[in-house]
Design a protein around this ligand. Structure first.
Ligand SMILES: NC(=O)c1ccc[n+]([C@@H]2O[C@H](COP(=O)([O-])OP(=O)(O)OC[C@H]3O[C@@H](n4cnc5c(N)ncnc54)[C@H](O)[C@@H]3O)[C@@H](O)[C@H]2O)c1
Length: 177
């Protein structure tokens, strides 16, 4: 069922590029007023093209999330949709070995985990003020299945194994004995 977005106010984090920019354009095409929130200043061009607003926002910073929501409330009178989409790949983390990259791990968690919690926390007050609303998140198939190269996917313990990449995922129902 199509949701009526005409006149709705939407915040899109990571809205300067990729999925977020496409979502911002689609939301605007459906009549929503959009705040594009991103560290990348190219978000200003996306916002300008759709009659929206740009909020420079590093989702790792609680204050930036609050400022992005405040920008929506100030410009458009409230918030109806928070699409918390900003995220980065974790393939650079490289678990298990000398290439392990603690800084990449911290960055990925700061954006992919803290950024979502801070975004929800910032949006909730404004959504509650409306009495309704939607929180939408971009996730990844890597949360459902093994992905070669993803640090959360285990690799074979012996390098000489016939299979250099993780085996296909197997699902098993765990039942009581
Ligand atoms: N494209 C894919 O195949 C794929 C697969 C799985 C998951 N995802 C997830 O989908 C989401 C969007 O991916 P995409 O392909 O559009 O990526 P993208 O790199 O094109 O866009 C991500 C956006 O997030 C922004 N961003 C990065 N760090 C930020 C920060 N600290 N604060 C605010 N914004 C920040 C970037 O500037 C960029 O505009 C991400 O969460 C990504 O992890 C994408």
């Amino acid at each position: 069922m199509a949701i009526d977005l005409d006149g709705a106010v939407a915040l899109v984090t990571g809205g300067a590029n990729g999925i977020g920019a496409a979502a911002a354009r689609r939301l605007a095409a459906r009549g929503a007023r959009v705040v594009v929130a991103d560290v990348d200043e190219r978000g200003a061009e996306v916002a300008a093209a759709i009659g929206g607003r740009f909020a420079r926002c590093d989702v790792r910073e609680q204050a930036d999330n609050e400022a992005a929501v405040a920008a929506a409330v100030t410009a458009f009178g409230g918030l109806d949709v928070a699409f918390l989409n900003a995220g980065v790949s974790t393939t650079s983390v490289r678990l298990g070995g000398p290439a392990w990259d603690l800084a990449a791990y911290r960055r990925a968690f700061g954006i992919n985990v803290d950024g979502v919690f801070f975004g929800v926390n910032a949006a909730l007050l404004a959504l509650r003020a409306r009495g309704r609303g939607a929180l939408v998140f971009t996730s990844s198939l890597a949360g459902l299945t093994a992905v070669p190269g993803d640090p959360s996917t285990p690799r074979p313990s012996t390098p000489s194994s016939a299979s250099p990449e993780p085996s296909a995922p197997r699902w098993q129902r765990i039942t009581s004995p």
